[in-house]
Design a protein around this ligand. Structure first.
Ligand SMILES: Cc1ncc(COP(=O)(O)O)c(C=O)c1O
Length: 382
């Protein structure tokens, strides 16, 4: 290969891509004996039915393309949620669907400016059509998706203790745009774990003119969900995933529920075979064993509440959680040094540099023995 100077190589790459700061997923280290509480994976394995169905599907069918729309899975999900398959799109994890939503509903700034000027719209409207809006702290993928698309983005702070701001507060927050093309709301919130009332989410949805995507990745651990809003309001989508509550991160299956017109728009721009065949098989078998998973949710909630009390007794500030993780403010040492101290003792948790939570750690709820090990190690550190 002819050598090319690094600077010259860079000229082959679009300036937008050159300037991107990519999303940083949690680490997946392979360290023997490590207690891994950093990426909100489920500590319990998938149902034996899921493992049997997946194993049985590893045969000559691997040479064939999978169902392009994941139709059998959409039909089963439609029965579960009392809607039609046309209300559902399945994705390669819910991450893919969040990215598709940005591409389908938000006008990139560059293209729009070229088309609308000079006789075009007011700058405010122009900006709203290109705006991806979200509350912060929340899922750190949203700004990256906006940047990849060349969209504008706006991060508006949550209220005290990560509460969802009221409409009055949002009206006062000059940054909030009720016409934003796409608004992401993580509910329950990540990384704070705070749950939101469906009634308050409904109020917010009614006030927004653009698409609202309620990201319910952790909703199975919460007291309320807002799925009904996606079936009631044409501009509301709800995203769900099999990753967290259904122990299926490895297979990458998520889905979105909403009005058939919005769902059809997402279908138009997805890859032809966006959901791998084994993932479809595994997700279908998961839905045949829901009581087993619901028992797991209860176990995780019991462990979460017990661990929260134990850490509080050690002086940690524990934010109330309706998810499979807790956000804690540790005592005595800075959070970042706790991260290292725990890691040195083979416990991996997550720390974020975002100024609003840089004094906190996010801890995934594992099995009871893993929670007990964490408490023991925390006592030793203190
Ligand atoms: C808030 C939130 N939404 C969506 C996802 C994506 O989940 P997946 O792509 O595995 O379905 C995650 C994963 O960490 C998340 O935390």
């Amino acid at each position: 290969m002819t050598p090319m100077a690094s600077r010259q190589m860079q000229t082959l790459i679009r300036p937008l891509v050159r300037g991107l700061t990519p999303y940083v997923p949690g680490e997946q280290p392979k360290i023997k004996g490590l207690i891994k509480l950093n990426t909100n994976e489920n500590p319990y394995p998938p149902s034996p039915r899921v493992r049997a169905a997946t194993r049985a599907a590893v045969d000559g069918r691997l040479r064939l393309y999978p169902n392009p729309t994941a139709q059998p899975l959409r039909e089963k999900l439609a029965r579960l949620h009392d809607c039609r398959p046309e209300n559902i799109i399945v994705g390669n994890g819910s991450d893919e669907l969040l990215a598709l939503a940005v591409r389908a509903f938000v006008e990139p700034i560059v293209g729009q400016a070229a088309r609308l000027s000079p006789a075009g719209k007011t700058p405010a409207l122009l900006c709203s059509k290109s705006l991806v809006q979200f509350l912060t702290p929340s899922y750190s993928l949203y700004p990256v998706l906006a940047d990849i698309h060349g969209a504008a983005r706006s991060a508006v702070p949550l209220s005290a203790n990560f509460a969802l701001p009221s409409l009055a507060e949002l009206k006062r927050a000059r940054q909030w745009d009720f016409r934003a093309a796409l608004t992401f709301v993580t509910t329950p919130n990540a990384p704070s774990g705070r749950g939101y009332r469906a009634a308050q989410l409904e109020e917010l949805c009614r006030a927004q003119k653009g698409v609202v995507l309620l990201d319910e990745a952790y909703v199975d651990f919460a007291r309320e969900n807002a799925l009904a809003l996606a079936l009631r309001y044409p501009h509301v989508l709800v995203a769900r995933t099999f990753s967290k509550a259904y122990s299926l991160c490895f297979q990458r299956v998520g889905y979105c529920v909403g009005h058939p017109d919005l769902i059809a728009a997402l279908h138009k721009i997805r890859d032809s075979y966006n959901v791998n065949g084994l993932g479809q098989v595994a997700a279908l078998a998961t839905l045949d064993d829901l009581p087993r998973y619901r028992a797991n949710f209860r176990r995780i909630i019991v462990t979460r509440d017990h661990l929260s009390r134990e850490l509080e007794a050690l002086g940690f500030r524990v934010f109330p959680s309706q998810t499979n993780f807790i956000l804690v403010r540790p005592p005595r040492f800075p959070a970042k040094s706790w991260l290292q101290k725990l890691r040195d003792r083979k416990i991996l948790v997550r720390w974020f540099s975002d100024p609003s939570i840089r004094d906190c750690l996010r801890i995934t709820i594992g099995r009871p023995d893993e929670a007990a090990a964490l408490v023991k190690v925390a006592k030793a550190i203190l």
